[in-house]
Design a protein around this ligand. Structure first.
Ligand SMILES: [Zn+2]
Ligand SMILES: [Zn+2]
Length: 246
């Protein structure tokens, strides 16, 4: 090999080595991601007269879980938790409407999990019993929340990590949980539609901004709404009527 070519060959070799190293690291982190998701269980229970979706999201490898929006039928939810054999560490509330929080008290008593909510929905959390009565339903007293959720907070269930997105509009303190390929949306986005904004604290302008933010998430993200069937960001970009309102 001529002396002139040698440095070129060496530097090409060095570049290839670095590329292989990077790809190796990338593949490795990807497989870690995949194995974590493989152990993820998402169980949906439509509860109560308004068929509100309660989600149990668990890391089956270490049997740790969070429950999102335990709205009603506590016995059914507790039964499902026992069948999965998981420990519930957090009860996350997407917002404080009564149909999403009716089983919070029983769940807290049964599991000892911390109850988390956005501060801006604390007032309606306090009024939820009256709100339920107004619609003709009865509800147990609610426990004091153990902590407040804010945009950017991380919620963990074993090796699973979810990010809190503050998405006001349906209510001032509405949040979504995003991570591990899923987005739990409460009443912010449904398949084909969005939550109403005519309740106290609702704002169509805020909902527009929240919707714009959510629809920018990766298209393959699975959307798990507070009522009705699951969907994806890709499908909502194509079919949600609210795309024409933003
Ligand atoms: Zn609601
Ligand atoms: Zn609802």
């Amino acid at each position: 090999m001529s002396e002139k070519i040698k440095p070129v060959v060496y530097s090409i070799g060095a570049v290839l080595f670095v590329i292989m190293l990077c790809v190796g690291v990338y593949l490795n982190s990807k497989s870690e991601d995949e194995s974590r998701r493989k152990s993820m269980i998402v169980e949906r229970l439509a509860v109560g007269p308004l068929e509100e979706n309660t989600y149990i999201v668990a890391d089956d490898a270490v049997k740790k879980a969070i429950v999102v929006d335990p709205g009603d039928e506590p016995d059914r939810i507790i039964d499902a938790i026992k069948k999965l054999g998981v420990t519930v560490e957090s009860v996350v509330l997407t917002h404080a409407h009564f149909d999403h929080i009716g089983a919070v008290d029983d769940l807290k008593k049964e599991t000892g999990a911390r109850v988390l909510i956005h501060k801006k929905d604390l007032e309606s959390y306090g009024q939820a019993k009256d709100q339920a009565a107004f619609w003709g339903y009865t509800m147990d007293d609610l426990p004091e929340p153990d902590g407040f959720l804010d945009d950017g907070d991380e919620i963990k269930a074993g090796g699973l990590t979810f990010q809190v997105l503050h998405t006001p509009g349906h209510s001032q303190g509405s949040i979504c949980l995003y991570g591990e390929g899923i987005l739990v949306t409460g009443d912010t986005i449904f398949q084909g539609s969005v939550g109403r904004t005519d309740f106290p604290g609702g704002s169509i302008a805020d909902l527009r901004n929240s919707f714009k933010r959510l629809i920018e998430l990766p298209e393959e993200t699975k959307v798990l709404p507070g009522h009705g069937p699951e969907t994806t960001i890709e499908r909502e970009r194509k079919e949600n009527f609210f795309m024409g309102e933003i």
